[in-house]
Design a protein around this ligand. Structure first.
Ligand code: SF4
Length: 114
């Protein structure tokens, strides 16, 4: 089974909109729905914290401590689609940073549930 790490927007989580991290990303990964091409095992769920400097090191630490290298990294749909958007970076820029630091492909978005 494909293994994945998910990165959610911590500011969005703190706002209490019920996402990311409660069930939507996890259900989509488990079922292979939406941007997941197949049922996938979530091996890490990383919370971005403003202004976003910690997300790459925290992802690296999660991979190191869990001794797991996911096949793909997913940016949560809330992180990618939040309006107003992130004031510090874009999903494209964050994906590019994570891809270059880890060598792992990054998918922008996870689910389409409401
Ligand atoms: S830096 Fe952007 S993506 Fe990260 S928690 Fe803050 S608002 Fe969300």
């Amino acid at each position: 089974m494909k293994t994945v790490a998910i990165v959610g927007c911590g500011a969005y989580m703190d706002a209490g909109f019920g996402c990311p991290g409660e069930w939507r990303c996890l259900k989509a990964a488990a079922k292979g729905d939406h941007l997941f091409e197949e049922p996938s095992q979530v091996v890490a769920f990383i919370r971005c914290e403003c202004p976003g400097r910690t997300v790459a090191p925290n992802l690296g630490m999660a991979m190191k401590l869990s001794e797991t290298r996911p096949d793909a990294i997913y940016l949560s749909s809330c992180l990618v689609n939040a309006r107003p958007g992130c004031p510090y970076t874009t999903a494209e820029e964050l994906a590019s940073v994570l891809e270059s630091k880890t060598g792992i492909p990054v998918v922008q978005g996870t689910h389409g549930y409401h």
